[in-house]
Design a protein around this ligand. Structure first.
Ligand SMILES: *Cc1c(COP(=O)(O)O)cnc(C)c1O
Length: 370
């Protein structure tokens, strides 16, 4: 049996008719740029996120960038974020001319450790940018308390956490402004690039809406140096269909995660994902830890099971970020995680049989190498 890491084809098959009808309508109307489906999606996604406003943009990294720009963060400023994240989080900070200041993670949740924030704050710090990594909400209450004490803004990178809840509230609604990605493999994925900014502050939303469209609110009148970062109408049409299924798909991911976790109980050397109290994660990724991670991954590959490492090289050790001047050892928890973590197949359509095949192979590996 083969178990792919994700199976976008299985999902397309389940919604094919609806998606094709929605895309056809855009083709007939030829309203390709900022057409009605974009406005419809912004309204529906804001409601989904329990926020007043949503603005569709071209990608997740642009969503973070435009959120930072709307907060007037730029050259000379510092933004604190997690050392263990996809590089786009840091790149967005660099793109606005600010400096990404990294902090280590809590090794149990893989999210930034709020206890390390205060020592990273300087007079240049403008914002904290927590990432809800793997679909697990960061400890937002602790982060908000520190931000309040130091007069800092909070921007959520919710690119892996569409629909997750923290103390009953959706991610995206837990900060000044938040960023989502609709990259095809995300929990809510378009059929190309896409992203959104959500906020409860209409003034910030208005600023992002202007910035994404050449700094213009009225056609051919430009208030500031904006950019072209609009959500395509075709992508919005796809997202309007898929958003209606997102809660169901996330429930299926949680069920798969629960089955994995139950199957791995008691296996030596294997650590299952921890869940912070009062959170409802959405398992964009199901990430285990294993001391012999590479051997396990190779064994699973031989049994037709695809795995990936998220992420093999922490930001501060990437060639692109040599300029941060940080050596190995700077963030021990992040670096140790990079050597031990392994993401297992996880998607809503993963069948019980596929899940059992994965669980059996991992148990067999443990028995063989005991
Ligand atoms: C996917 C992702 C992004 C960037 O999203 P794009 O749509 O690819 O630009 C940013 N941050 C995190 C944590 C992500 O997983």
């Amino acid at each position: 049996m083969n178990v792919p890491f994700v199976d976008l084809r299985a999902q397309y098959a389940s919604i094919k008719e609806e998606v094709r009808a929605a895309m056809d309508q855009v083709l007939e109307n030829t309203n390709f740029i900022l057409g009605q489906p974009v406005a419809d999606f912004e309204k529906a996604f804001a409601t989904f996120c329990e926020c007043r406003c949503a603005v569709g943009v071209a990608s997740g990294v642009d969503a973070i960038k435009l959120a930072l720009r709307a907060l007037n963060i730029g050259p000379g400023d510092e933004v604190i974020t997690a050392a263990n994240t996809f590089i786009a989080t840091a790149l967005a900070v660099s793109a606005v001319g600010a400096k990404p200041v990294l902090v280590d993670i809590d090794p149990a949740t893989y999210n930034l450790d709020p206890a390390l924030l205060e020592s990273a704050i300087t007079p240049r710090t403008k914002a904290i940018l927590p990432v809800h990594l793997y679909g697990q909400p960061a400890d937002m209450e602790a982060i908000a308390a520190i931000a309040r004490r130091h007069g800092l803004r909070v921007v959520e990178d919710a690119c892996q956490a569409h629909g997750a809840r923290y103390r009953g509230h959706r991610v995206g609604s837990l900060s000044d402004i938040a960023a989502f990605s609709f990259y095809p493999g995300k929990n809510l994925g378009a059929y190309g690039d896409g992203g959104a900014v959500v906020t409860n502050d209409p003034a910030l939303a208005d600023r992002v809406a202007s910035l994404r469209n050449y700094g213009s609110r009225v056609k051919y009148y430009h208030d500031e140096l904006g950019e072209n970062s609009r959500l395509d109408t075709l992508q919005a049409a796809v997202l309007n269909v898929k958003l209606r299924y997102l809660d169901d798909w996330n429930r299926q991911r949680r069920a798969t995660a629960a089955r994995y976790t139950a199957a791995f109980a008691g296996l030596p050397e294997l650590t299952v994902p921890a869940t912070l109290a009062a959170t409802e994660p959405v398992y964009h990724l199901y990430v285990i830890r294993h001391r012999r991670r590479d051997a396990l991954s190779e064994y699973l590959k031989q049994h037709g099971i695809a795995t990936i490492i998220h992420y093999p090289v922490p930001i501060h050790l990437q060639k692109a970020y040599l300029s941060l001047g940080l050596a190995p050892g700077a963030f021990p928890h992040t670096e140790r995680a990079a050597n031990e973590i392994l993401s297992l197949p996880m998607f809503a359509e993963l069948t019980t049989q596929q899940g059992e095949h994965v669980a059996r192979a991992i148990a067999d590996f443990a028995a063989k190498t005991a």
